[in-house]
Design a protein. Structure first.
Length: 261
């Protein structure tokens, strides 16, 4: 299906690896020029080269930490008026809330809530003026089913979710073909997952295969998600066909969430 976004431009944050990279690839396949950013230069440049070679679209790579004002300014200088914005950031570390300081909370809020809001603020009104805009925030399945040791993430991402729920329903955006949605990943086979499995293996003395199988067993689909299928869902949310879909939280978790709503 032609998603109707050929010739559009997109910013995709944290796109050198994993889910962000997959989103950039899926958009590029549709003919979208992409500006990608990450802190690690080598992986970012490699991803940019790969996308250019595979899809023949313009790809700008910006080495920046978008959790900082300087990083956001650098990113927006490279793509000041995107038609599509994909917000993404790695989650804060797990732990016990009794051990977290104010600085820990501020860092989590900056990365997983306030950065997305600042980028939206910088781009969404121009989208409305042009009559097209898509914002996709990559959050977490933990927004719907909180995980106790991920309190920093639960708090920061839930704050962003509440903000988006109100903003998406503003008539000045919704009536001008600007949509804002959140995409909530469950367990996906990424470098982050593999790193976590290794840590769990070392702590429990079980093999990585045993730990991996136990984690996989918690997913009704019987497998981990792939970054590619995540990217495809993101691309659809950015499509012309998805113009009536806004203010929603799309959970992509292989059926792991046990609730009805």
């Amino acid at each position: 299906m032609d998603l109707g976004i050929k010739g559009k431009s997109a910013i995709v944050c944290a796109a050198s690896k994993g889910l962000g990279r997959a989103c950039a690839r899926s958009l590029a396949r549709e003919g979208v020029s992409v500006t990608i950013c990450a802190r690690g230069e080598d992986a970012l440049r490699a991803t940019a080269d790969e996308i250019r070679t595979m899809f023949g679209v313009r790809v700008d790579a910006v080495v920046a930490d978008v959790a900082t004002p300087e990083g956001r300014a650098k990113l927006l200088a490279a793509c000041p008026q995107p038609d599509i914005l994909v917000n993404n950031a790695g989650g804060p570390p797990p732990g016990d809330f009794r051990q977290w300081t104010r600085d820990d909370w501020i860092k989590a809020l900056d990365a997983n809530m306030l950065t997305a809001i600042e980028l939206i603020k910088a781009t969404v009104d121009a989208m409305a003026e042009r009559g097209f805009g898509r914002v996709v925030n990559i959050t977490s399945g933990a927004v719907k089913a909180p995980i106790d040791v991920l309190g920093l993430s639960n708090g920061a991402r839930s704050g962003l979710t509440g903000f988006i729920a109100g903003l998406a329903r503003q008539p000045r955006l919704a009536s001008r073909n600007v949509t804002l949605n959140n995409l909530l990943p469950g367990v996906f086979d990424t470098d982050r997952l593999q790193s976590g499995l290794k840590i769990q293996s070392s702590k429990t003395g079980k093999s990585i295969q045993e730990v991996s199988e136990a984690r996989r067993a918690t997913v009704p689909a019987g497998r981990f998600g792939t970054a590619e299928e995540f990217g495809e869902v993101c691309a659809f949310l950015c499509s012309a066909q998805a113009g009536y879909l806004t203010g929603q939280n799309i959970l992509l978790d292989g059926g792991a969430y046990p609730g009805t709503f």
